[in-house]
Design a protein around this ligand. Structure first.
Ligand code: CA
Length: 228
């Protein structure tokens, strides 16, 4: 599962920019446009991290952060505070309110992604330390990166989920229907043949130099990941 990030910011263009970049970096993103909205959203679904603007209409970011820290259920949700204020005193006030990190505007989305990963590593090791390994294939689930024999390989989102499913169950044979259920989800209608298309793409992406094919086609049964 992708880490879920709530962006709390009232400037629409900045929200769009952040959403785009965070989704690109492999996060699931939702946004809230003011403090009250943010507190409601957090109660409905607990984010893995909150990017919180200081200057918000009605309830300020600082106040939102304080309220989050006061509640037991949200006390340990990591918060990165965004602000136009760069003075040391403000920085300290921001961190005092319970923020885990602090980013002064303007900043690059890249910088924000790096800070998010750093905060997650620090506060939620289970989310970011997840790596899967099979033979010479490595998956960094948090960074959404795959390497084979040390070389980066680029997978589409479906291929990524497929590979993850195989790597979590090496050696097990899955029928097309089972793969559709686990990788595409129960309520999505997709032709079983679609699975073959994505398996082909996955094989192609993993075809690095002399590395052997690790996906075995099991006649009339489905597919399995194994060294052949
Ligand atoms: Ca703002």
């Amino acid at each position: 599962m992708k880490p879920y990030i709530l962006v709390v910011e009232d400037e629409a263009p900045l929200v769009t920019l952040l959403r785009y970049n965070l989704e690109e970096a492999g996060f699931e993103v939702d946004d809230a446009r003011d403090g009250e909205d943010a507190l409601i959203s957090v109660r409905e679904r607990r984010p893995d991290l909150i990017v919180l603007d200081w200057m918000l209409p009605a309830v300020s970011g600082i106040e939102v952060c304080r309220q989050l820290r006061r509640r037991r259920e949200t006390r340990d949700v990591p918060v990165i505070m965004l602000t136009a204020k760069s003075e040391e005193a403000d920085r300290i006030r921001g961190l005092d309110s319970g923020a885990d990190d602090y980013l002064t505007k303007p900043f690059s989305p890249k910088e924000l992604v790096a800070r998010i990963r750093a905060v997650m590593r620090r506060t939620r090791p289970a989310v970011s330390a997840e790596n899967l390994k099979f033979a010479d294939i490595e998956m960094d689930l948090a960074a959404h990166k795959v390497t084979r024999a040390g070389k980066a390989t680029h997978l589409g989102p479906t291929e990524f989920r497929l590979l993850r499913h195989f790597m979590e169950h090496p050696g097990r044979v899955f029928s097309r229907e089972q793969l559709l259920d686990s990788v595409w989800g129960h309520d999505v209608y997709v032709e079983p043949r679609t699975v073959d298309v994505h398996i082909r793409r996955l094989r192609k992406a993993l075809d690095v130099g002399p590395a052997p094919d690790v996906i075995r086609t099991v006649r009339s049964a489905g597919y399995a990941m194994e060294l052949q």
